[in-house]
Design a protein around this ligand. Structure first.
Ligand code: ZN
Length: 127
């Protein structure tokens, strides 16, 4: 086997989705079944397939401001830059930002929560 190639059948990562897959498609970090998300960015109580207690490890509270604040600032800067470059009419801006802002914030929260959830599960030896 060439150097740098991971051995086949590695127990620790077999059948587990990556962070992007888990965040975007809501796949359980342990078994890969769908249903990680209960709401837009809420982690479900437990995995329906493997019974993994997800709620216990869900990141909550003020720590999430570290994700939301920079994303909000970037969105504001993007809005200002866009307005500087092309002055779109208001009837375009309202639906545009009404869609882009929630999707971006939810996406960022999902990524951050998935990363923290995975780290916590790994630390507990549950992955
Ligand atoms: Zn599962």
């Amino acid at each position: 086997m060439p150097d740098g190639e991971s051995p086949k059948g590695d127990r620790s990562t077999k059948g587990q989705p990556g962070i992007t897959q888990a965040a975007l498609f809501g796949l359980c970090p342990r078994c890969g079944a769908k249903g990680l998300w209960d709401g837009s960015a809420n982690i479900a109580d437990r995995c329906h397939a493997c019974g993994l207690d997800l709620m216990r490890f869900e990141p909550k509270g003020r720590g999430l401001y570290l994700v939301v604040l920079p994303v909000t600032i970037l969105l504001i800067l993007a809005a200002l830059k866009l307005d500087e470059a092309v002055q779109l009419p208001v009837w375009v801006l309202v639906p545009l930002w009404g869609l882009v802002v929630p999707l971006t914030v939810i996406g960022a929260l999902r990524f951050a929560k998935t990363i923290v959830l995975r780290a916590r599960l790994e630390k507990q030896g549950l992955l």
